[in-house]
Design a protein around this ligand. Structure first.
Ligand code: M6R
Length: 616
């Protein structure tokens, strides 16, 4: 959580940093701040609330200078407040931080005994004091002092630091939280992710854990530079990469919210995730990125998928596909739950870690544990070079482009696409599918963008249904088989942005409890396309109607029986069964969006959430 940006160049730093923070606001948005070096000293401005509050504060007190750092916060230690907002200043030092300093309490006591005074409740301020203490104890420069300070802390961090004595230098470092360097024209930047830097450069370096970097802005005699070392001071080289995302991909492009834009981008995200990976002639998937040779695939005894939130729902569908298409036993586990027991992994396990951000703490921890116990790890992630794909033996990137809305939409359907590719790949290499079956499954997948475009054409109808849900305090979502994870996902989308209580349930479980909730005030969304579970789903709808529940159904075009039972129906195209989840989720995303939007909520940045959850 939290986003950081640093700028060292020739232009006025504050607006550039605020613009970068705007693109990182999805990471946290309870307070924000900047520190700018004006050549004589460091000035900071911080504000409680979203970034626009910082913009207002800077309008009243503009900061001049071509070197600076900034931060947007998601509170962990200390409530959201101006005092707890970053940058934190100690003596000559200003510092921003993303992550958690685990030994902060002991260090706070030690620093207090040395006479330090604290202005916040944060763990971050401790680190600022450590750097300042290292300077006052004789460190030769800021770079040296930061390395000394980092050797005293445990935990996770990405930091950027300024010193009053060095008007041309930012020192940054990463350990467990991401940090990217941008090589602009006559300027150096750093930031928590690519999108923060894209409007300045596409030439980037992804720092590794343990890297410390000294960024220097241009002078009259020298261009900008970056020097990377380990904490111990040994020089390291990191490759420069050219990023193919464009700055406009991280803009709203005429849509009211990023979430709505991202829902509409799903056909493109799926097409991009498929591009170059399908061999229709042989009914197979090109598997080189997956990093699993046919021999290894044939030796896999179990697939273990770990993920959180929406990615967990995608994984439940992954299990369905891998078991039915490849015939391999598949287990799905929440990353956060895996941490609570000593799960057994074997070297013939394939562990698939699914994460949009590639950074989620619990998923990362689970993938690390699996790897250390001998399993092969495959990452499915959207963010290039993020922590989970870095650690994995193979990776299959979803190519959804930047997803800014906190509620995940296009990354979910791109994950489903990737998981289906993996299932077909495993099925083909293990001989569970022949070429004809493989080709037919892949052709179905290739048709999905067209089907989604068809569904998006009915967005206005979904908006009209949403009107009837605006006052609902509880909504039940039901589905069976492939539709059950979609019911869970529909409920998650609605609750996270509309703040209504929404519950996803396996339709077959209804009579084991939730049926007691049903009366004329409870809207029940039933995901019931014409598939193998359809007849039973129809039975559930009848049970809900018999108790006067209000049914909103997702049904296949031409379903007369449903027509007579449901209050509202979103009609689905008659698509192949295995790709239905990529379609049924779309109206549910729209439904959640329109309910939240009608309620006037901040759809892209719902309360209490952050897009990237790097804490346990
Ligand atoms: O980046 P990840 O896919 O690992 O994130 C997992 C969850 O935090 C995420 O899916 C979360 O549930 C979203 N807010 C859902 O919309």
């Amino acid at each position: 959580m939290c986003g950081i940006v640093g700028y060292a160049g020739r232009q006025s730093a504050a607006p550039i940093i605020v613009d970068g923070l705007r693109r990182l606001e999805y990471r946290g948005y309870d307070s924000a701040g900047v520190a700018i070096h004006d050549g004589r000293g460091i000035e900071t401005v911080r504000a409680l609330g979203k970034l626009r509050a910082l913009g207002d504060a800077l309008a009243k007190r503009p900061l001049e200078g071509a070197l600076g750092i900034g931060h947007t916060r998601w509170a962990t230690h200390g409530r959201p407040s101006e005092e707890n907002a970053h940058p934190h200043v100690a003596g000559k030092v200003a510092l921003v931080h993303n992550g958690i300093i685990e030994n902060h309490a002991a260090l706070r006591r030690e620093l207090a005994a040395d006479g330090a005074r604290f202005g916040s409740e944060t763990d971050t301020e401790i680190l600022a004091h450590l750097v300042d203490r290292a300077l006052s104890r004789g460190a030769v420069n800021l770079f040296d002092a930061v390395r000394v300070a980092l050797s005293e802390v445990t935990g996770a961090y990405a930091i950027a630091v300024l010193s009053v004595d060095e008007p041309n230098t930012i020192v940054a470092a990463r350990h467990g939280s991401p940090l990217v360097l941008g090589y602009g024209e006559n300027e150096m930047l750093c930031g928590s992710d690519i999108s923060a830097l894209l409007s300045h450069t596409r030439d980037m370096v992804f720092l590794e854990d343990g890297d410390v970097v000294e960024l220097r802005g241009p002078t009259s005699s020298e261009g900008p530079s970056a020097r990377i070392t380990t904490i111990a001071g040994a020089a390291v080289e990191r490759p420069r990469k050219r990023i193919d995302w464009s700055p406009t991909m991280a803009e709203r492009g005429g849509f009211k919210h990023f979430m709505l834009k991202e829902i509409h981008e799903q056909p493109d995200a799926i097409a991009a995730t498929l591009r170059g990976r399908i061999d229709l002639e042989n009914g197979d998937v090109h598997g080189s990125e997956i990093g699993l040779s046919p021999e290894v695939v044939r030796g896999i005894r179990r697939v273990y998928i770990v993920a959180c939130g929406t990615s967990f729902h995608a994984s439940l569908l992954g299990r369905y596909w891998i078991e039915s298409l490849a015939g391999v036993q598949t287990v799905v586990e929440l990353g956060s739950e895996l941490a609570n027991r000593k799960a057994v992994f074997c070297d013939d396990d394939l562990v698939i870690a699914v994460s949009q951000s590639g950074e989620t703490f619990d998923t990362l921890a689970a993938a690390k544990a699996a790897k250390s116990r001998g399993a092969r790890v495959l990452a499915i992630a959207n963010v290039l070079d993020s922590a989970i794909p870095r650690l994995a033996h193979g990776e299959l990137y979803t190519r959804a482009g930047p997803e800014i809305g906190v509620a995940s939409t296009k990354c979910f359907t791109a994950q489903l696409t990737a998981l289906l590719l993996v299932a077909v790949y495993l099925g083909r290499q293990r001989g569970a599918l022949d070429a004809t079956q493989g080709a037919s499954l892949l052709e179905g997948l290739c048709a999905v963008p067209g089907f989604i475009n068809e569904l998006l054409g009915d967005a206005d109808y979904v908006r009209s249904i949403a009107t009837s849900l605006v006052d609902a305090t509880d909504v039940l979502f039901l589905g069976r088989g492939l539709n059950y994870p979609i019911a869970l996902e529909g409920a998650l989308k609605l609750k996270e942005i509309s703040y209504a209580h929404a519950e996803g349930y396996a339709a077959g479980e209804m009579k084991h409890g939730p049926i007691a909730l049903i009366d004329s005030s409870l809207p029940v969304v039933v995901v019931a396309p014409r598939d193998a579970s359809y007849d039973k789903a129809l039975g559930n709808v009848q049970e809900v109607r018999a108790r006067e529940g209000r049914v909103i159904a997702l049904a296949t075009k031409g379903d007369e029986a449903m027509h007579d039972l449901a209050e509202h129906i979103v009609w689905l195209p008659d698509a192949p069964e295995h790709v239905l989840p990529l379609l049924t989720v779309v109206p549910l995303q729209l439904l959640a969006y329109y309910v939240a939007s009608r309620k006037g909520h901040d759809v892209d940045q719902p309360r209490n959430l952050a897009k990237t959850v790097t804490v346990e």
